[in-house]
Design a protein. Structure first.
Lengths: 356, 352, 352, 356
């Protein structure tokens, strides 16, 4: 519930900041991160409702990973082509996309399976982003295959010059797929090391199966050592620690043009997906924890926090309303976008048009 | 009556107790979940694996080599496409090694559309699977057949793939599994894990009986002289429904063959029906280029060409990269009741 | 005249110089070997990879996403079966993401029997490949077509798979590639790496020219009104030979269609020929259950049933787990000249 | 060339032995190992000839790996079923098979593609063994897939009790496949660790591609550390070092029921296969090196060595001659062994008989 009479910024103590160990984030940065986290959370919670109301079907997403993802998205070198960072994401990275500038309505469009969904034209599950202008390649529902693509984008970045990095993200359970190991090998070919930032968001589970029950290797970062890949494990619930761990990791990849591994310990606040009912798990909530710190440090007061939430709710509701009026795909759209136009194809010079 | 997931669970239990099943395993197959469709809840040999399909298939092979009888699950057939080389090896090792080793593995995986699964929970697998020489492939369309085919899959000493139609997993059958309690609620209480904490839950298994649906035997679910329709899995009940409606509306009587075994398929049954009717429609929901139904059509053309009264027909899924999430996509990508009925009507009506 | 491997090498060189090819890579593709069949010797962008087919396909996709134009090789198609999921993703990503990204990758791999390759150097891949929606698939049967199809594969902004018939890789063609020196020995001296130390060898490339064989266009290699035979790859020259022999022995004149593109295939050409002849035989060496040729047969039956004078025929490899090393196995597993000729003769002779 | 008048055993110095560091092998064991190595080498060299003469086609095999493989084969707990060791081999392990008791003629039968070939009925390439009675599962030409099967056999062994171990062998290049990583994960599931001996025979190459050019991880054993798997690297050209490294590794797996990694540095004396022409590579030859040591230590004299070679040649020639008279498979054999008989299959109650 938003409260009236929030304290205006200027009245607060000078230079409030949020500190972890000997690292800190300025009030301005905290406010920016917080706003992203809230907007992501509110959007995802609205989507969970949509999955129950029939406005959408399946939900899967990032509540519990907002702190880490917001810090990541804000530090991406955003742009198109090998001079910029490439992002090979999974399905819990909405906060990173929002940090990069994604409008919430675009997330809602995908959840509502609209033709206007800019990521998949109403074809893919929510959270399966794709954005060419930002080098966000299509998220595939197939776990971990992004790790065998990462060496390809990173190779082009290294060849191009500059400091573009390939950021590839997987879950803790997914690291059991051989593709994770392939990325270790391909990104350290002697003389051909590649600027790949291998991220794991470790929430301790793959659906119902605990990480601890299947993995003797506690952190994926340990697996890099045999390949000379440095790594770090960070508390993904702490935006301060996350911010600087990501900064260090990116700096290493950008400057050395070599791989780095970072594992963030995160929560999975609404369970695996709407298939498991999406009840609240009771795990530590990075947003609630951050807000306590923001209040304690006087970066924001309760009223200001409430305003952020209120604005996010309004934004999402407006989005849901508008999206409800947007067109669905039609029967004619089913074959669209199968093929790119080709001058050397006599059957499909344009798109796919059914059997030859 | 049991649902198909319950039938599968009962069959696996029967297999553990009577047919030597040593391991039921896969992603989320063991406690606490017992499978994303709950098909493996409460089974005494069920265990969870790392998220690694190649490890699952390979481990099943190793268990079989060492004398075990494993049943492994690929959570959705959509996620088995990185294991085709292993499936090939499982199917060829006996032939390659001059018959030394059996390979009694069962691989179970949900297949097909119908659960709003979007790109990667809507794939069909039977056309791929039918190309795996050395394997046997089955796909039930009702709980009793699921029970009987699973028992045969377990008893057979060769690799057998059990494709479970995603769309039909939660539907109840209309025939009791031998030994199944008559009251469905009672069955539920006995073998479905409760919602919430399951750590101390134990199933109470009904005294179910042996019941094999032999591999390679189709089931004639509707009978008639006017045409033949061959199908299996999700599209089978739609074919039966279409035939029923046509019968009522036009009096046309149609043989509806539930293939049940995709390989080996029941060629005798298909032949007998086509010799009788001279008209055939083959229906499945897999993509239409190099589709297993095209193989059946080829057999028909090869051996029964001069018995055909009219052009033989097929109805398959579109050759497209996937099935989209918005229902508009799914409805216009894979066969639904309407188009099946239209195709059947056209088949019956065409002048010979 | 160039062999097929030389033709491929020339095409890749042309692609590097004129069509933007950025990477030619795979196992043993770079120096010193230049490919197990030498198809990539001397190419300036060729490099060796770890022994990891999934890494190869994935890296190609990554390169394409970042604006490159990669040509990657799977050393033998037999070793590509652990990458089917990745091939599916490469084929569906454009569709899945609403057309945002092109995927201009070429995947080249030797396919089929004929090199005494035993179980794992004899597989055919086209039936599997034809199921990969979003891909285009080609398979040349002579060096000039290999050159022209490879150029089209490179120029096309979609994923294209180039299947090279293992058995024909070292055979010379009978037509010059535009710009190819007339003297085959001279070509060899210019572009074949010497035996022994190659560390300082450099190819001298002839001034070859652009020559596209468009995707989806078959080639009519023999003409006649009496029957149609459709084939590609290793079995194509056998079909042509069988047709020639029959013409001499019986006077029968047969349309021999080299499909060249497996997807999209040239339906117009098949239809025109079958409308003319009323008789068709489809030949390939892939296994016979759910074979791409069965798809073609289905199209024929679907659209040309009432134009057929006699039963349409097929000749494929047997549904078996593999091809054995002893030549007795291979001869009795995949179509050879004798059976092809017999099948053609029977097709022509049958009373309408 | 064999020499006459070899020194009889009893005239030799008392207790000669072969020493490496503070380990040694007795004369008796050395003689046994040596005889296996020679027989393996002579058989393989004869096969290379067969590949050129048309008596066979493709050759691939183990020259350069005999020392390590002989020591391995002699220490296998041989038998059928989970109480015994399982062997998941590759195509260069003929010396291990010979050490276990394989008759050379069986190797020749496979090379000559005879119906009598006990491993594959004339179907598979040479070196692709399978022997149910010895738990030698079929060697597949597909590199590295044995590493995902190993957890299965080892699971059954652990469950069965006793000290049976799964011995799985791969090459250096093959370790790039994800299946190698899968084995690390599956054999160390917490509480479910498995008795798998993961062996790598590192000859520095995969066909034409050097290990050094593709792998930043010098030895596969380094990759085990993240999973708590101990490991060792051994000079595979030295039978003494190999013997004891294998002994330690097996003892660890047998007693702890956990995995161990062993990498043997070996030579590839005749190149990758007959496809590369099979010329001698000039790398260190474990057999020649061992014979030098046997001579120097007085375990065997030149005449005795020559006799071993002579006997091996005679054995192989007799085998080649006999095999030439043995039957080839016939057209009727093509479908055999596709299916095991089944009581629940109405179409194929026996073997495969063509399309239904
Ligand atoms: C190859 C593949 N196998 C199985 C699945 C089904 N699946 C979807 S998410 C998931 C668990 C993933 O766990 P983790 O990698 O830890 O990521 P998290 O969901 O916990 O963020 C599974 C098994 C899949 N999508 N892809
Ligand atoms: C999956 C797979 N990919 C490629 C090949 C082709 N191939 C056969 S042997 C080989 C090299 C193997 O090198 P390594 O693992 O080091 O073993 P080595 O031959 O050196 O003993 C390759 C690439 C194969 N057999 N299987
Ligand atoms: Mg997780
Ligand atoms: Mg090697």
């Amino acid at each position: 519930m938003p409260k009236k009479n929030s304290m205006p910024m200027k009245e607060r103590a000078v230079k409030p900041r949020i500190v972890t160990g000997d690292e800190f984030l300025s009030a301005e940065r905290c406010v920016a991160i917080h706003r992203i986290m809230v907007r992501a959370r509110v959007m995802e919670e609205r989507m969970i409702k949509m999955s129950k109301s029939g406005e959408g079907f399946f939900w899967i997403g990032g509540p519990g990973e907002e702190a880490f993802n917001a810090c990541l998205g804000l530090q991406v070198k955003k742009g198109e082509g090998p001079a910029f960072d490439f992002l090979l994401l999974k399905y819990r990275n909405s906060a990173a996309m929002i940090a990069m500038g994604m409008e919430l309505i675009d997330g809602v469009r995908q959840m509502a399976m609209r033709w206007s969904d800019p990521f998949s034209a109403g074809r893919n599950f929510t959270g399966h982003f794709s954005r060419k202008g930002w080098n966000v390649v299509p998220v595939t529902p197939v776990i971990e295959v992004q790790f065998v693509m990462a060496p390809g984008t990173a190779l082009m970045q290294k060849r191009h010059g500059g400091d573009g990095v390939t950021i590839v993200i997987g879950g803790d359970a997914g690291s059991a797929e051989g593709d994770f190991a392939s990325c270790l090998i391909w990104s350290t070919r002697p003389g051909n090391e590649l600027p790949v930032l291998m991220l794991t968001t470790n929430n301790g589970f793959g659906i119902s199966t605990s990480h601890a029950s299947q993995h003797s290797c506690e952190h994926t970062t340990e697996r890099g050592k045999a390949f000379g890949i440095p790594g770090e494990v960070v508390d993904g619930n702490d935006p301060v620690a996350s911010w600087f761990a990501i900064e260090r990791a990116l700096r290493y990849c950008r400057s050395t043009r070599r791989p780095f591994m970072l594992e963030a310990m995160v929560s999975r606040l609404y369970g695996h997906s709407s298939s498991s009912g999406a009840p609240h798990s009771g795990e530590p909530d990075c947003l609630a924890l951050f807000e306590e710190r923001l209040l304690a440090a006087g970066v924001l007061d309760q009223a200001a926090l409430d305003q952020v939430h209120e604005a996010a709710h309004a934004e999402v509701e407006a989005a849901v309303e508008q999206v409800a009026r947007e067109a669905k795909p039609t029967a004619e759209d089913v074959q669209k976008f199968t093929y790119a136009p080709s001058k050397v194809d006599s059957v499909y010079p344009g798109d796919y048009t059914g059997l030859p | 009556m049991a649902t198909m997931v319950q039938a599968v669970r009962l069959a696996l239990h029967y297999g553990e107790e009577n047919l030597g099943v040593t391991d039921v395993f896969g992603q989320d197959v063991g406690p606490p979940l017992g499978g994303v469709f709950t098909a493996t809840q409460g089974l005494k040999t069920a265990w969870n694996t790392p998220l690694d399909e190649r490890g699952i298939v390979g481990t099943a092979m190793g268990i079989a080599y060492a004398g075990g009888r494993p049943m492994c699950e690929i959570q959705f057939c959509d996620y088995g496409f990185n294991t085709i080389d292993l499936l090939k090896v499982a199917g060829n090792q006996r032939w390659a090694a001059g018959g030394q080793w059996d390979m009694p593995i069962v691989l179970m995986t949900p297949s097909g559309s119908g659960i709003r699964g979007s790109l990667y929970h809507s794939h069909s697998f039977e056309s791929w699977a039918s190309r795996l020489a050395g394997w046997k492939i089955v796909m039930p369309s009702n709980p009793l057949d699921a029970y009987g085919l699973m028992l045969s899959a377990i008893a057979d000493p060769n690799p057998v793939m059990v494709l479970l139609p995603k769309a039909l997993l939660r539907l109840k059958g209309d025939k009791l599994i031998p030994g199944e309690p008559e009251n469905a609620d009672e069955l539920k209480k006995m073998i479905d894990a409760p919602v919430g904490d399951r750590s101390r839950w134990q199933p109470r298994w009904p005294a179910i009986q042996e019941y094999f649906v032999p591999l390679g035997v189709a089931s004639l679910v509707r009978e008639g002289d006017d045409a033949t329709v061959v199908s299996y899995g999700r599209t089978l009940p739609l074919c039966a429904q279409a035939a029923d409606q046509l019968r009522q509306e036009t009096g046309a009587a149609i043989d509806v063959l539930d293939l049940r075994s995709i390989f080996p398929y029941d060629w005798k049954a298909i032949r007998a029906s086509v010799e009788k009717t001279g008209r055939i429609l083959i229906v499945n929901e897999d993509t239409e280029v190099t589709n297993f139904g095209e193989h059946l059509l080829r057999r028909v053309v090869e051996e029964l060409f001069y018995d055909l009264s009219v052009r033989p027909r097929v109805l398959f899924g579109k050759h497209l990269p996937g099935i989209g999430l918005n229902p508009v996509y799914e409805q216009n990508t894979v066969p639904q009741l309407g188009p099946i009925k239209e195709a059947l009507a056209a088949l019956v009506q065409e002048e010979a």
